[in-house]
Design a protein around this ligand. Structure first.
Ligand SMILES: [Zn+2]
Length: 59
């Protein structure tokens, strides 16, 4: 049986981000490797930089 190494599984790339979804306000999870975030409610993908910029504008 061939072993398949999944680098994403080893890196545990999903990290809970301290940001809300820009579309629905749900919780965002961050893909550390791809520098993207995904919403757990609507599933929308965002670039991390876009989310950072949006959060700064709210301050
Ligand atoms: Zn959402």
């Amino acid at each position: 049986m061939a072993e398949f190494e999944n680098p994403y599984a080893q890196a545990n790339p999903l990290v809970r981000a301290h940001f809300d979804c820009l579309s629905c306000g749900g919780k965002l999870w961050e893909y550390a490797i791809q520098n993207r975030m995904v919403c757990e409610d609507c599933g929308e993908l965002f670039d991390s930089s876009d989310v950072f910029d949006a959060s700064l504008e709210h301050e």
